[in-house]
Design a protein around this ligand. Structure first.
Ligand code: GUE
Length: 297
């Protein structure tokens, strides 16, 4: 029987643990704070940012939110980042991606103080991750590791295939899976839009991570019998629903579940973990910046 992985349940356990650590910090007079910055009128981005703020509220993390009109000059965003860097009540800063075209993404990522970069996207933090000395593991790949651990899926010695080479999922996922560390030690292949014979590669996977951002591009015949399938895709496709869209993954769930031994659904798979790990990183940031130790698993 194929196991349908319940991401909400795994995220709940992590959030409970994070909440305990928030209490430890607040008892010591440290109120963990996360600032989110949105410079976009995109509906999906607005939804994700409000979900992050709601998660803060639930866990007792002080959430603050800044919205910048996407027509504003890039300097407005850079200035706000500087202010947040200098604000001791803010331990974590997240600038929701994507930013408008006239804003230089690299400048944004480099402007955030590395200690407050709870996304783990600052080049210093990327470098540390690659060197096996991560400060904050990027939320989505970290969440995928938590799913595999919670489900008892061994990575060591296994063939892991990632489809997608983005800076926020594909590349850090590959780095975590090849690390000489628990949740790593996998033989890791990264595929992308220029890969010859993608299906041949995906069929060789014991663990397949789909993170290309292309709706339902991975179907059952691209998956080995008994593989673990982790679907990172969150694609909004037009549909005759109340919201006017339907959320679909990068995996064709119906055909994939006939072959996989375990599979994450969309929604309710990786997404909830992304938010839980953001809370986790924020608490870690507050602990490091205050010197008050916490125990996070
Ligand atoms: N600086 C930055 N950091 C991010 O972490 C970041 C970002 N920019 N830009 C966009 C992506 C996307 N992302 C998601 C988070 C949660 C869900 C999530 O919880 N999804 C729910 C459903 C949500 C819905 O109903 O739309 C689920 O899969 O069950 C999805 C996607 C974070 N991102």
């Amino acid at each position: 029987m194929t196991r349908i992985i319940d991401g909400n349940e795994i995220a709940d356990d992590i959030r409970a643990d994070v909440k305990d650590s928030v209490e430890t910090l607040t008892e010591e007079g440290v109120q963990p704070g996360l600032a989110t910055v949105l410079m976009s009128e995109d509906g999906a981005s607005e939804t994700y940012v409000s979900m992050k703020q709601r998660a803060c509220e639930e866990l007792g993390i002080e959430g603050s939110h800044i919205e910048i009109d996407p027509e504003e000059p890039a300097e407005t965003l850079y200035d706000r980042i500087d202010e947040l860097n200098d604000d001791p009540s803010v331990h974590g800063i997240l600038v929701q991606m994507p930013v408008p075209d006239h804003v230089d993404k690299r400048t944004v990522l480099e402007r955030i103080a590395p200690e407050k970069d709870v996304d783990g996207f600052h080049p210093e933090n990327v470098g540390r991750l690659v060197a096996g000395n991560a400060r904050y593991k990027p939320c989505t790949p970290h969440g995928v590791q938590k799913i595999l651990a919670a489900e008892g899926i061994e990575t060591e010695g296994k063939d892991a295939v990632i489809v997608g080479r983005s800076d926020i999922v594909g590349k850090p996922m590959a780095n975590l899976l090849i690390q000489k560390a628990p949740g790593g030690n996998a033989t890791t292949t990264v595929c992308h839009s220029r890969t010859d014979d993608l299906a041949e590669k995906t069929r060789s996977a014991d663990i397949l991570v789909a993170a290309a951002g292309v709706p339902e591009m991975i179907d059952g015949d691209m998956i080995a019998e008994g593989a673990t399938v982790i679907d990172v895709g969150v694609n909004r496709v037009d549909a005759d629903t109340e919201k006017g869209y339907e959320l679909v993954g990068d995996v064709d769930f119906e055909s994939a579940k006939e072959r996989a031994s375990a599979i994450t659904p969309v929604p309710g798979g990786v997404g909830p973990l992304t938010i839980a790990m953001l809370m986790y990183n924020t608490v870690e940031a507050a602990s490091r910046q205050s010197g008050v130790p916490v125990e996070l698993i």
